[in-house]
Design a protein. Structure first.
Length: 253
């Protein structure tokens, strides 16, 4: 059976919202529109505007309402920051950038930081040799100092979960927290497979906010396994690669 891929972020989010257990970890997400953008900026102050079908963090914009409220709005795309005195001008500029494609508006999460740089976590979940879901790897992704996304292909730095969390949690807390993130990721896999039985692997991007609450940012059905080569522990990548070869994602070396 061939590997099933699901590219629509909107579709995957809606499937996960069916699960009461997972719903609490999903930031409010709506299809991009003038009304949704204004409502969410008013409520949250900061949102991410991202393509429904997109990879590597391309096209993701961080949009903020400036404080105090009469100071206007700003957005950042890659390293470019633009400010606007009114919501209408902000919206017109975003519409030009989006250029007719389908986009989402997602509640912004104030990410934990390491040396003043934001980071999030990628958990790899795969079907193992017994066709059961297994959480095979966890890695942190440190954002480029001048960019809004953490993706490796967009200037982010892969780094071990332990190192990134070392200024925030004790070794025991880190171990327990990593187990929690892996369990959430396994629950995601089990929920998605009800709708997409051909899934073999998932890369789950999880944000951690200032209160250590995890948030599911995105679920990738064709994740990059090679980011795990950056970890010191080489057994993690070897296992990930072995499973990926067994279900046909990569050729045996």
């Amino acid at each position: 059976m061939s590997i099933q891929y699901v590219y629509s972020k909107w579709e995957k989010t809606n499937v996960l919202l069916h699960s009461a257990a997972l719903r609490e970890y999903i930031p409010v997400t709506k299809l991009f529109s003038q009304e949704h953008l204004l409502l969410m900026l008013t409520e949250y102050g900061m949102v991410y505007v991202k393509p429904v079908n997109g990879t590597f963090g391309k096209g993701v914009m961080r949009v903020e309402r400036l404080k105090p409220a009469n100071k206007g709005f700003k957005y950042q795309l890659n390293t470019t920051i633009r400010t606007f005195p009114t919501f209408e001008l902000l919206y017109q500029s975003l519409v030009k950038k989006i250029n007719g494609r389908r986009y989402l508006v997602q509640k912004g999460i104030d990410l934990l930081r390491h040396k003043k740089r934001r980071f999030d976590i990628r958990v790899m979940v795969q079907r193992n040799d017994h066709n059961n879901w297994e959480a095979t790897g966890i890695i942190g992704r440190l954002a480029h100092p001048a960019k809004v996304v953490t993706n490796y292909h967009n200037g982010g730095t892969p780094m071990s979960f332990e190192r990134l969390m070392s200024t925030h949690q004790s070794p025991t807390q880190k171990m327990i927290y990593a187990m929690r993130l892996k369990q959430i990721s396994l629950d995601i896999a089990k929920e998605l497979e009800k709708h997409y039985p051909g899934l073999k692997e998932l890369g789950i991007d999880i944000a951690i906010d200032q209160q250590f609450r995890p948030w599911i940012l995105e679920v990738n059905t064709k994740p990059d396994a090679f980011i795990f080569r950056k970890l010191e522990d080489k057994t993690i990548f070897r296992k990930i690669y072995k499973y990926a070869v067994s279900y046909g994602r990569y050729k045996k070396k």
